[in-house]
Design a protein around this ligand. Structure first.
Ligand code: 13P
Length: 260
């Protein structure tokens, strides 16, 4: 089996302005001591990215953006930030988060344009997919997740696909304290996400792309998820707003990687 390097990302959402962001990232840099090869990403709001980027420079912790616009260069798009503007100092971008799909009407087609814009500028894209409570209850998880994966990767080549990460985040598990069951989440990641990538790209790509689970992850349940065959990390909201909690999660993932 391919050993994939774990990746844990903190999505700060609309928390942590510049001052609070610097304080949190400073605490993280002092609290987290890397024990294993592990990709760590923090995604502050745009206004805090420059300052947080300075704090984490040279520490091995990567900077990510929570959003991107699909026009990748410059233009008259009030309020938007392009891939070109983020390239060079931003390593990752989150695309297709359910909060953007639902609050800002981002369709599968928009998500696809954003994926392509990020990849065009060499930014690693974290593509979020996941079903709602109603879709889950109706037994539609497979259809929804497979459709979202297929749409997000439309027109994306093999090499570029290797620059992506998929985050499976069931919407009903986000911020609710009600995480999915690890074995159920693993089935979604293995069969619906990796299986779809296998159909689209073949084994080399599908076995290399890392898949995260997201939704009410904390330092107590992370191990149950990371132990699963097809879960290679986590996308974390609430628990990433505490340097201590986030460090505990990173250390659990690191220890698991070393013992594997
Ligand atoms: P929580 O970890 O707060 O449930 O949020 C998950 C999430 O939406 C990360 O993108």
């Amino acid at each position: 089996m391919t050993k994939r390097k774990p990746i844990v990302a903190g999505n700060w959402k609309m928390f942590m302005g510049p001052e609070a962001g610097v304080e949190l990232s400073n605490r993280l840099v002092h609290t987290y001591k890397s024990i294993a090869p592990l990709d760590v990403v923090i995604c502050p709001p745009f206004v805090s990215m420059t300052e947080v980027g300075r704090v984490i420079e040279g520490t091995g912790i990567c900077l990510g953006s929570q959003n991107i616009f699909w026009e990748s260069n410059e233009g008259a798009y009030t309020g938007e930030v392009s891939a070109q503007m983020l390239s060079g100092w931003c390593d990752y971008v989150i695309v297709g988060h359910s909060e953007r799909r639902h609050n800002f009407n981002e369709t599968d087609a928009i998500v696809n344009k954003k994926v392509q814009a990020g990849l065009h500028y060499g930014i690693n894209v974290i593509i979020c997919v996941g079903e709602s409570f109603a879709e889950n209850s109706a037994g539609n998880t497979k259809d929804v997740v497979e459709r979202q994966v297929r749409a997000a990767y439309r027109g994306v080549g093999h090499q570029e696909a290797l620059q992506t990460v998929v985050a499976y985040e069931p919407i009903w598990a986000i911020g609710t304290g009600q995480a999915s069951t690890p074995t159920v989440a693993n089935k979604v990641c293995a069969e619906y996400v990796r299986g779809t990538l296998d159909n689209m790209y073949g084994h080399e790509v599908s076995s290399s792309v890392r898949i995260q689970y997201g939704g009410s992850i904390n330092s107590k349940n992370i191990l149950d998820f990371i132990e699963q065959s097809d879960i290679d990390g986590a996308l974390i909201g609430g628990a990433s707003l505490s340097a201590e909690d986030f460090s505990d999660i990173l250390n659990s993932v690191g220890r698991h990687y070393l013992s594997d």
